[in-house]
Write a protein that binds this ligand. Structure first.
Ligand code: MN
Ligand code: MN
Length: 447
């Protein structure tokens, strides 16, 4: 290649090569805080609590919807009528939820178990035989809330979904399609094995109910008004000899959530009113009253910021970053990626013009003008970034909250770090990409 040609070629570069020594140090420091956030915020309710704490500490304006959606807002130099700058991430992650009547016993195996219904797109075989914790709340009939958090402290017991030994799995699992090998109904969590004493019918179940009543004052009916989520019990860890990666549960979308939280907390004197918005239920289609599909919360925020403003006009003038993760090129499975357009760990934050599946169906397709604007912001600030597309054409696909906000007339683009083993109980990110995301959201919110 001649020198002249090389000047015009688009080349991806590793963030580790772009970053200065000082930035690399900041990358590692940032990751330490990020890991703490991941450990503290494994569920949407816990994320809201962490966001609330951080806003209080830094005296930032925060608004909360139903303990499941939150926004931190920094007033801009320009009036609200000139539009907002919003970074939106989601605070729910794939997991197992307890059913309404979860507790039963299996007398054949001498065990008490919880029935679950999985939440979001999981590969079921990844959720058996791993240590699990129970997070959530139980609302008793008098409205009193019991916070449930069992399995995180070293001294806590943990839970697990059992699996069949290989010696016996040939017929019922090994010869089946991987998706059929583990059934959704078999993702039941083992919770105890000591029978109750005396003349009782369901000895194992009764013993657990007695224990729960003693520890939490709860009855079996209380489970009906509960939200207990089963999540991996382990903590976020550094990965690789060079400690460049983070392995943890909930990085989709914890990585974007933490990066956009830090960005808004550190933001000073933005041009436009800036907001980091954190929404629930993205993993099950953003249905519900604390989600991206329902803009009532956003409307009420705009109204509170300026009661006289025309909300529709504000939205038409607003610019949005949909902060969600993208699929990182996966070793041994590169055939599902179109490598020129796929994102890889370590190349910085991923910009996706569109998402969707099968002919861009259901996608937000950002305008070339807006892509250029974002590209320029990132380039000017020397922030490592790359483009990304979720797999080869017609190989699958996926969506984000982007389309729900573009529907409101806002400019929206997807911008978030790549993740390896996405939606698994142990997702992997590059520290450089998570830090690049923080830098990108910070620059965007400033402008
Ligand atoms: Mn996501
Ligand atoms: Mn997801």
């Amino acid at each position: 290649m001649t020198e002249k040609e090389s000047k015009y070629v688009y080349k991806k570069k590793s963030a580790w090569e772009i970053f200065t020594k000082d930035q690399i140090k900041k990358t590692y420091d940032f990751a330490e805080e990020y890991k703490k956030f991941l450990n503290a915020a494994k569920t949407e309710r816990e994320a809201v609590q962490e966001i609330k704490k951080a806003a209080k500490k830094t005296k930032k304006k925060i608004m909360i919807n139903r303990e499941k959606e939150a926004a931190i807002i920094i007033p801009g130099k320009k009036p609200v009528s000139s539009g907002l700058r919003i970074v939106i991430s989601h605070i729910d992650s794939p997991r197992l939820d307890l059913k309404q009547v979860p507790l039963y016993e299996d007398p054949d195996s001498n065990l008490a178990l919880f029935e679950t219904h999985y939440y979001g797109g999981i590969k079921k075989f990844q959720w058996v035989t791993i240590p699990l914790a129970l997070h959530g709340i139980v609302v008793k009939k008098d409205g009193k809330k019991i916070i449930f958090n069992m399995g995180e402290d070293e001294k806590d017991p943990i839970f697990s979904v059992s699996d069949l030994l290989p010696h016996l799995s040939h017929e019922v699992q090994d010869t089946k399609k991987i998706d059929d090998a583990i059934k959704g109904e078999s993702l039941d969590v083992v919770v105890g094995s000591i029978p109750a004493t005396g003349d009782v019918k369901d000895k194992f179940k009764t013993a657990i109910l007695d224990k729960l009543h003693k520890d939490y004052g709860m009855t079996e009916e209380d489970f009906i008004s509960a939200e207990i989520e089963v999540v991996p019990a382990y903590k976020a860890r550094d990965m690789g000899f060079d400690r460049s990666l983070i392995g943890a549960y909930g990085q989709d979308d914890g990585a974007s959530t933490f990066a956009s939280l830090k960005a808004i907390l550190d933001l000073k004197n933005p041009e436009f009113t800036a907001m980091s918005l954190f929404v629930d239920k993205e993993e099950i289609g953003s249905e519900g009253n604390a989600t991206a599909q329902v803009s009532t919360f956003l409307r009420s925020i705009i109204k509170e910021l300026d009661p006289k403003v025309d909300i529709d006009k504000v939205m038409l003038k607003s610019k949005v970053v949909s902060a969600d993760v993208n699929a990182a090129v996966t070793p041994n499975y590169t055939e599902v990626f179109e490598l020129k357009n796929a994102s890889s760990l370590g190349n910085g934050i991923v910009m996706s013009k569109y998402t969707g599946h099968g002919g861009k169906y259901s996608a937000n397709d950002a305008s070339a003008e807006y892509v250029a604007e974002i590209r320029t912001i990132l380039n000017k600030a020397k922030i490592p970034w790359q483009t990304g597309e979720l797999g080869k054409v017609d190989k699958g696909g996926g969506g984000t909250v982007a389309k729900y906000f573009s529907r409101l007339g806002m400019e929206v683009i997807d911008l978030g770090p790549p993740v390896l083993s996405m939606h698994s109980p142990f997702e992997v990110t590059s520290k450089a990409d998570v830090y690049s995301s923080y830098l990108a959201y910070s620059e965007f919110l400033k402008k």
